[in-house]
Design a protein around this ligand. Structure first.
Ligand code: DHB
Length: 306
């Protein structure tokens, strides 16, 4: 089912989340050839990074934990990939996660000169030792938004961390409204969870003593709540991309009811690869047909009161 966000047309409302399987040219090409509604890149930094020591990703029954540490090829490679990736006739979204404001400005200025369709500015990476998640610091978030908006010539979205308090939703939403971002993607993984293997008596992943971002089924209620609250608080022009714990077409329907115009998949895409997009598109279409819906607009934000 197609959708529009920030005046961009997506052939399907289901796309990959930045993170899994979107770092190399081969990964991105596979997304281009798949039924993903867009190609979203791994968050890029100024310089290439190898990331944190392994093991740094583990799946468990109800989701996943990761502390990748931003392994990526450095933004210049993604700039080089743009012309090839634009051949797939779907939006190309570059995720930008500079380690400081000046890096974000340099990276975004470089993408301004390309045919990238949109920038998803990551305000929520939990896995860099010594760097707090920007989205939890409202003063820093405002400075970043103000400076980035001055130079960004592409539709701009922000990837948000999960919020858990209504006051924090209001603070972030008012910044996003004030600085007129074009879309928001919520949520990133729930930062700094810990999963322990009782057999080995050790954490599942190596970096940061085992602390890492939690994704998958664990996070769906938090993700739905973030989409719903942002839908209530944001200007209607700001499109919402929902992400967190989507495994099925019914999950997608729930995110659209909460106010998402599109969704992203992380853990399930890591586990199933690009074939998940065929399955999810089919399941979502079938469920909507059964309910009598055929357009995103007819369902988006239409959660009924109990
Ligand atoms: C990484 C994890 C994130 O949740 C994110 O937003 C960016 C990067 C990582 O560890 O690579």
């Amino acid at each position: 089912m197609k959708t529009t966000i920030a005046s961009l047309n997506f052939p399907s409302c289901i796309m990959n989340a930045s993170g899994p399987r979107c770092t190399t040219f081969e990964d991105l090409k596979a997304l281009g050839l798949s039924s993903s509604g867009a190609i979203v890149t791994k968050s890029c930094t100024l310089e290439a990074r190898g990331g944190n020591p392994e093991p740094r990703y583990k799946k468990v029954e109800d989701g996943s934990i990761n502390s990748m540490g931003l392994p990526n090829l450095g933004y210049k490679k993604y700039v080089e990939f743009v012309p090839e990736l634009k051949k797939y006739k779907k939006p190309l979204i570059v995720s930008v996660s500079g380690l400081q404001l000046a890096d974000n400005l340099e990276i975004i200025k470089a993408f301004n000169k390309t045919d990238v369709d949109a920038i998803e500015l990551n305000l929520s990476c939990p896995n860099i030792v010594g760097k707090a998640q920007v989205g939890y610091d409202f003063e820093q978030s405002e400075e970043v938004l103000r400076e980035v908006k001055k130079i960004c010539k592409k539709p701009l979205g922000t990837k948000l961390p999960p919020y858990f308090d209504f006051v924090h939703f209001e603070q972030m939403a008012s910044l996003l409204n004030k600085h007129k971002v074009d879309f928001v993607t919520c949520i990133n993984s729930i930062g700094n969870g810990l999963i322990i293997d009782p057999e080995t008596e050790k954490p599942l992943i190596k970096p940061k003593g085992g602390f890492g971002g939690i994704g998958g089924k664990f996070v769906k209620p938090t993700a739905l709540a973030n989409v719903k609250k942002m839908h209530e608080l944001l200007d209607k022009k700001i499109g919402i991309i929902g992400v967190g714990g989507i495994y099925s077409g019914v999950d997608i329907f729930e995110f659209i009811l909460a106010g998402a115009r599109a969704v992203q998949v992380g853990t399930i895409y890591q586990e199933e690869g690009v074939k998940c997009f065929d399955r999810l598109n089919r399941e979502f279409e079938n469920y909507c047909a059964k309910k009598g819906y055929s357009k995103i607009e007819d369902m988006c934000g239409k959660l009924k009161p109990l």
